[in-house]
Design a protein around this ligand. Sequence first.
Ligand code: ADP
Ligand code: IOM
Length: 344
Amino acid sequence: MSDKFPIFPKECKSMLCKHLTQEVYQGLKDKKTVSGFTLANAIQSGIDNVDSGIGVYAGDTESYEIFAGLFDPIIEDYHGFKTTDSHQSNLNPDDLKAPNPDPENEYIVSTRIRVGRNVANLPLGPAITREQRKQIEADVSGSLSALTGSLAGKYFPIEGMSAEISKQLIEDHFLFKAGDRFLQSAGLNRDWPEGRGIYHNDEKTFLVWINEEDQLRIISMQMGGDIAEVFTRLVTAIGEIEKKVPFSYSKHLGYITSCPTNLGTAMRASVHIALPKLSADMQAFQAITDKHHLQIRGIHGEHSESEGGVYDISNMRRLGVTEVQCVQDMYDGVVELIACEKSL
Ligand code: ADP
Ligand code: IOM
């Protein structure tokens, strides 16, 4: 763990490197949260991984106050959300205007919408103890097992899962990868694989990851471009889980997550979409995604590459905008991307 002001390589583009000035560092380096989380803990991932997009993690809700000198400028830069702004929520599917933009299934391979959630009054993953993590797994998997109807499913712990099954689940985009180096440096892989697992229904359209980057990742996904159906399923699932598990929430920052990019709605709505012609001109492609506040990822998750002209397109803003707006951003951008691809 570094106890000196970090020097980043010239090509480093992370928000940590941009916003961690000498002055900010000196003001925060000796501070500690109730969970014993320090500035050194918060920035370790971005120091080890200079290709990080952000590079900082919170260990608990208090990290966002104690280390506000670093987190606030990053939050403003990423979400366009100022310390005087307040968060808003709207999970009403009726307010979403999203008829399937690709009914012939020519462009959209699949749609996925997830939210991150963490359990109230406990540290976040980077500062959680082994016992607390195990307790979360027991409590959350127990609550999920009581779900009924189309949300009914089964919990599969990673510990004891065969290498073949986990490989298949990862390849099919259902399960998180082991050994992610960004999470490793953030302290999020401690005691791996204990306490981690995945719950899913038979169709694998409703899934919950337990104890990955956040304690819960609640996911709705399916093949094709029926974005409204995916959103509606997710909203129902969140409502059911919220009846049983108390989530960490603040009026100002919304749902509290370990990475500042996920604060607020903690929602990432994405499609895997084939854009082989448009992506030949990355500048034109990015002009459309920037206009709609969208992010481009590869198809095996964050920090992965595209394959065969298929990209993961998702909303970038999550704080200070409602859940409906997150999905609407993605939808509106996807409509324009498809129109552009068609015209080429
Ligand atoms: P997250 O959304 O949880 O931040 P990642 O970008 O790492 O995380 O993606 C997690 C997994 O979800 C990866 O396997 C990725 O391929 C898959 N995924 C993301 N979006 C879609 C989508 N629209 N369709 C199918 N799989 C998806
Ligand atoms: N938190 C994580 N998913 N990501 C934003 C890492 C990074 O590139 O900094």
